[in-house]
Design a binder for this molecule. Sequence first.
Ligand code: ADP
Ligand code: MG
Length: 450
Amino acid sequence: MEDKKLKIIAFLLFIALIILIVVSRVCFDLSKTFFLIAGAGTAAIVAVVLWFTVQYRANKRRRLLELELVSEGTELRIEYSFLRKVAGVPTKFRYKEIEEATDDFKALLGEGASASVFKGVLNDGTSIAVKRIDGEEHGEKEFKSEVAAIASVQHVNLVRLLGYCIVPGGPRYLVYDFISNGSLDNWIFPQREGRNRPFPGGCLSWDLRYRVAIEVAKALSYLHRDCRSRILHLDVKPENILLDENYMAHVSDFGLSKLMGKDESRVITTIRGTRGYLAPEWLLEHGISDKCDVYSYGMVLLEMVGGRRNVRFVEKGVGKSQRKYQYFPKLVSEKIKEGKLMEVVDQRLIEGEGVEEMQVKTLVYTALWCIQERARLRPTMARVVEMLEGRAPVDEPPDTSMVIVDFLSTDDDPHEVNEPRFGTVAAHRIDNGTPSNSTYSFTMSTLSGR
Ligand SMILES: Nc1ncnc2c1ncn2[C@@H]1O[C@H](COP(=O)(O)OP(=O)(O)O)[C@@H](O)[C@H]1O
Ligand SMILES: [Mg+2]
């Protein structure tokens, strides 16, 4: 625009000077005045032409340079976004993109304590799951934990964070790869009739259960041992293990996770998590370590073998203290003592394609090692991988008292999916004359909501 104006001005000046010379020739004939005006006019014309030529060349060079810079910048941008993609660095999304991708949050995939997850598709065709984290303080905390833990990690058995979006004063969003077969609970526990689920479900075969067990152990071992700072997941349960189209496991939901220095042996943190999967030392406020994840993992292993929740509600009493629950881990150790290990296996598998007894023994023994009440007796997750892959011996586990009953503390049915997560300590008492049918009654103190 500037250039165009200059050109017009130079052209008008040029014409005006010529007119001035012509007019002065007519008015002053060939007098001294005419020659003076003609000389000055010609000099001015030469100056204007020179000035214009210099300007034109300078502008041309500037434009060329600009063009070079723009193409270099575009190249750099392309290179940068490519590197971000291959390096798995999460992208910052605009809210509009999230809204369009999810078609205004139409398809709900799941809901947890403080988040809702929606299905979506990005412009390039990638299927995504968008996790919307609500709640001011907790939401912020959960968002930060999740991003801090998962943004820098890469493992085939961990869900991949593609990006995030923050709306000032509003909810926060995390964008994940969509994992098409949903969470493990739909594949190991019998499905409830009449429930409208966004995912398929069924009875996962024994071979796949065993493979999933190894994959989850590998993911946790990677988080505990192979990352720069040790990452504790702290909410390992079937709802947070997702299965893709090939039934490969992807550990997800890092909302409660905690980073731990490699030289730290324990960290103190407020109690959060899901009843039934919380390690006793956490409930007793003794500080936590990677062994808390090992405990929860052991609980999940038993649920995978039995095809049932570890805590089963069997009789409704008038008050909380009269309620009767069946505690599967206790039942399993009793069955081992009676030499009837196969009785604890999911009946659907026994009636179906069958299971391998040696593998059942490996899985159950490993699980019982993992849920030892003394944290130091539990194996590391790396050791668990070796045990499950047959590279380390799996001895018969010692008896453990199983006295922590954090799970028996609320009014709702413990079989509920997406059970609430809690935040304080449960005191406990177990009837000493434990009946042999493994049904126990408990009294407990309060757990407060997060
Ligand atoms: N990447 C994903 N792909 C498919 N489904 C997902 C994905 N992430 C979460 N979900 C679904 O949403 C549910 C809740 O997600 P989660 O991250 O565990 O949230 P919360 O912190 O609320 O528990 C999961 O149990 C699962 O069914
Ligand atoms: Mg969850």
